[in-house]
Write a protein that binds this ligand. Structure first.
Ligand code: ADP
Ligand code: ASP
Ligand code: MG
Length: 423
């Protein structure tokens, strides 16, 4: 007998028919003797619909946004609990505050701080299935909070940690984590497993199959995490702490169109420039991703000018541009330019640690498709590039091919040189 936490995403609970099917599926686990805690998202599209209503109202207020957005999940917990009871499974629903799931007060992006799991344990002890609303919690002043888009994943992992569950299963509309988004590259391959480190990079670089915080949480508390298909049986993908000796060099490709680029042209190149330009952006709580500053030709001259480029989330673009224009005027820079038609593509793999020429192979594949690279940034286990948005899909496909991701790693005839064999 195991204790499992299962999470069903928006598309899995998108209709009454689907909710009934999930109830039958959960009944199967109960009949085998497992204790089950279920976390559900709002019905597919519902959170967007609610967001749209608020946008129509005009100026929104964070506290009220959370009261609004949290209603979607309240609908699904009740419907699923009723469907379970109709299927002969005793079940009870809980909103975030009823558990309670305590969070900080950062409305629309709150972080879970503490879960009192006693209620849930009592319900499980009484033989019931517990159905918990994902994506929501309550702050210390009893205000409803939400955890950011995709936050039901994090609710599930946090409950699994609090209950010391045997496994946290994320059921969704794909049957696992793929080498890249299977909706974009038809040859994408399901991974048997992926390390937490890689999954964290994939999630933070744009693969929305798991919310970043869910992966962080699972890594921190050692929660066994698996991504599976709601309506097809299969092993899914296990997110694991273990690294294989023979890790593939590139495990996956993540991408996003959520960023925008800002460039200050003709800034006097002297100490403190980066701080003068980015200080106000940081103070406005705008996160800066990639940064690029040219080395100017002659740094001995007082009059050398340089260019300074960085990227921010697209929703912060307008505000960042205003702040940058102010700073640029103060510094006497020539011009501020912006571009929202960009995309970021990233190769992720712990195997990159031990292989050197991944970047050159990446650049070769892109040059063969005539794709211009605008910015590059690297860490030990990822390489990201910024390119023009219209080349995004072409780039992802070309890189998927170039690194042989369609085949399982042992079939790939690697042209890459292990670092140990380098001079
Ligand atoms: P849910 O509503 O169940 O939370 P999401 O839409 O948030 O589902 O996440 C599942 C989607 O993530 C898939 O439909 C797929 O298009 C997308 N996705 C992006 N990258 C990947 C990847 N590497 N592997 C699997 N799915 C991915
Ligand atoms: N319903 C929320 C959203 O659409 C939370 C979730 O689905 O995880 O983002
Ligand atoms: Mg999701």
């Amino acid at each position: 007998m195991a204790l499992i936490v299962q999470k069903y995403g928006g598309s899995s609970v998108g209709s009454v028919e689907k909710i009934r099917r999930i109830a039958d599926k959960i009944k199967g686990y109960r009949d085998r003797g497992d204790d089950v805690v279920v976390v559900v998202s709002a019905m597919g599209g519902e959170t967007d619909r609610l967001q749209g209503l608020a946008d129509e109202i005009g100026h929104t207020y964070p506290r009220e946004m959370d009261v609004l957005l949290s209603t979607g999940e309240q609908v699904t917990i009740s419907l699923l609990s009723m469907a379970l009871r109709n299927a002969g499974v005793d079940a009870r629903s809980f909103t975030g505050w009823q558990v309670p799931i305590r969070t900080d007060a950062a409305h629309t992006k709150a972080r879970i701080q503490e879960i009192d799991a006693q209620h849930l344990r009592d319900e499980l002890g009484a033989g019931r299935v517990v159905v918990v609303a994902g994506f929501q919690g309550v702050d210390e002043n009893e205000n409803i909070t939400t955890l950011g888009r995709g936050g039901s994943d994090t609710t599930a992992v946090a409950l699994a940690a609090a209950l010391k569950a045997d496994e946290c299963q994320i059921f969704t509309d794909v049957d696992g984590v793929y080498t890249t988004d299977p909706r974009v590259v038809s040859g994408a391959r399901r991974l048997e497993k992926i390390t937490f480190e890689e999954m964290l990079e994939m999630a933070s670089l744009g693969s929305k199959v798991l919310q970043i915080r869910a992966v962080e949480f699972a890594g921190k508390y050692g929660v066994p995490l698996r991504v599976l298909s709601t309506f097809e049986d299969g092993p899914g993908t296990l997110i694991t702490l273990e690294e294989d000796v023979e890790e593939p060099i590139v495990s996956g490709i993540a991408f996003t169109q959520d960023e925008a680029q800002l460039t200050v042209l003709g800034v006097p190149d002297r100490p403190g420039i980066a701080y003068s330009l980015l200080g106000p952006i940081g103070e406005a709580n705008i996160e800066v991703d990639m940064i690029l500053q040219n080395v100017s030709g002659d740094s001995s001259s007082d009059y050398t000018l340089t260019d300074f480029t960085f990227t921010v989330h697209r929703r912060d673009y307008e505000r960042a541009k205003e702040l940058l224009e102010e700073a640029a005027t103060t510094l006497g820079a020539r011009e501020v330019a912006g571009n929202t038609n960009i995309a970021k593509v990233s190769l992720v793999g712990v195997g990159m640690r031990s292989h050197a020429n991944v970047a050159s192979r990446m650049f070769k594949a892109l040059s063969e498709e005539n794709i211009n690279i605008r910015m590059i940034s690297t860490t030990e286990i990822k390489i990201s590039i910024v390119l023009e948005a219209k080349y995004l899909e072409l780039a992802v496909r070309a890189l998927h091919d170039a690194f042989g991701l369609e085949q399982a790693p042992e079939e790939v005839d690697s042209e890459l040189t292990p670092r140990s064999e380098q001079a």
